[in-house]
Design a protein around this ligand. Sequence first.
Ligand code: ZN
Ligand code: ZN
Length: 364
Amino acid sequence: MDYSGRQQRLREDLRRHRLDALLVTHLPNIRYLCGFSGSSGALLVLTDSSTLFTDGRYTQQASAEVRAAKVKIVRNSPLIAAMEWLGRKALSGGTKSHVVGIEAQYLTVAARRSLSEAQSKRVRIKETAALVERARMIKDADEIQVIRSAVEHGAALFEAALQVLRPGVREVEVAAEMEYAARKGGAEGMSFETIIASGERSALPHGRASEATVAARGFVVCDFGVILHGYCSDRTRTVYMGAATGEARRVYAAVLASQQAAIAAVRPGASVSQVDGAARKVLKQHGLAQYFTHSTGHGVGLEIHEAPRVAQGQQEILRPGMVITIEPGVYLPGKWGVRIEDMVVVTEHGCEVLTPTQKELIVI
Ligand code: ZN
Ligand code: ZN
């Protein structure tokens, strides 16, 4: 991974925002910038160097993982240690004061207060928003390669689900089989709690696998993903138990057409709201738009939900290298629901569905 290139681009951004430094505390951002995957740390990016502050539990891990930054093992909070270190540096550097950006979105009120207490007179704190997240939206070739393998690995779990999906099996058992297969295949973990929602529960857009048993008839929504080398995958398939009714087939076909229309709308220069609109338009033609109650998709990378949001009213313009999900759904409360989700990468001329698999209705 090109950590120094990422930091170089961030430094150009810091100049544009009149910042002398950025105190990075959001762990996925730290990982993106220097490779450190520990659970405690603060990365201070200055215009000419970077330093990662972490604690003694991570001495070995930091020296193995961190690139393009010095490592300082500290006894107190890495956040405070970074702030104090910057204060000393500012004092020793003459009269010039330092403006340091903080990631306002992620600091607790208490942490912000401690920062003020640790702040030297020569240091000024400025709140910033999404500086690193905006860079993370565009994946480089290394990232796309890792995401591709995460998606492939994640997609294979659906086979494990199909092996056990039968009337009477508990939803958690289906999830357990998938998660066992994920870990056996080398995944670091699941990218979110596996969703297995059967019968009436399929109308819950986020129906985490429960103790409920799969009914003999009706839809089962399976939404799942793995983390591989830090990167997430995300996919949804919906199957039908028993003989599918005409209405069930019609709704499934409408959701599939909606998903395909949205995928066809993904290209550089299109806005995310246009993609969302393409999905909604098809469902409207089928009289189902009011049952599509969430956004069409989201960015995926080091985090399962990251920028951009593919939703109404969002203005982000798609650019090559963005990786997003396309996941329209229709939910009839108390009855059932259908969702179909794939991850796509925006290419120079359109998009590529990562590991395309069949999406025709599977009846069990
Ligand atoms: Zn999903
Ligand atoms: Zn998703």
